[in-house]
Design a protein around this ligand. Structure first.
Ligand code: VGL
Ligand code: ZN
Length: 210
């Protein structure tokens, strides 16, 4: 099946930043491999939005800000479980910049997230309390954009939560799985596939979109 791209579709490119690529502080295996796919894919979309993970130093999601804790441990915070990460995507650093080979000059908006010290943000739509909005839903609605195609990093965190929230907010959602790579903590990639399937969110390949 081929999905024909409409003027009311948007490609949401999630966190294709140096720190999520090999050599970065929170490298996703094969993270840089999505870049050529996304560059090609984005030329087929009239509307593209980028997200950028954008943390202040000492962000609460960093293991280094939680004495005695190690990266990839899970703790409980006010809004529920929170995985602790290595310091990553610190505002203004090289690691927070987009991968240098990412070429999406016609992107209309860059949405930054995770800039509140006390609260992490995976989804492009809400912070991790799932109630503090980023403003993206309002932007998409005001622009008449109805279907969100998702690509980027990481499949099992920011892409997953963006897909769930977009669906909950009433957008149609398609995940382009070969334009994503996962971190895979405690089988989180498999859990993501299961959750997307339960929600009726299709995972497709970049070749099936024209
Ligand atoms: C992400 C962990 C921490 C992501 C961001 O982009 O998936 N993962 N911050
Ligand atoms: Zn982050």
């Amino acid at each position: 099946m081929t999905d024909k791209i409409a003027d009311s579709d948007v490609l949401l490119v999630v966190d294709v930043q140096n720190d999520f690529c090999p050599g970065g502080n929170l490298a996703v295996p094969g993270g840089d491999e999505v870049v050529p796919t996304i560059n090609q894919l984005s030329t087929r979309f009239k509307h593209v939005v980028l997200t950028q993970d954008w943390h202040p130093t000492g962000h609460g999601s960093f293991a280094s800000a939680n004495p005695g804790r190690q990266p990839f441990e899970t703790i409980t915070v006010s809004y529920g479980p929170q995985v602790l990460w290595p310091d990553h995507c610190v505002q203004g650093t090289k690691g927070a910049e987009f991968h240098p080979a990412l070429q999406v000059p016609h992107a209309e908006l860059i949405i930054r997230k995770g800039y509140r010290r006390e609260i992490d943000s995976y989804s492009a739509f809400y912070e991790n309390d799932r109630t503090t909005p980023t403003g993206l839903a309002g932007y998409l609605r005001e622009r008449g954009l109805k279907r969100v195609f998702l690509a980027g990093l990481a499949f099992d965190f920011c892409v997953r939560y963006s897909a769930e929230d977009a669906s909950r907010l009433g957008f149609e959602v398609v995940v382009i799985e070969d334009a994503c790579r996962g971190i895979d903590i405690d089988a989180s990639v498999e859990a993501t596939r299961r959750r997307l399937s339960e929600l009726g969110i299709p995972c497709t390949g970049a070749h099936a979109i024209a």
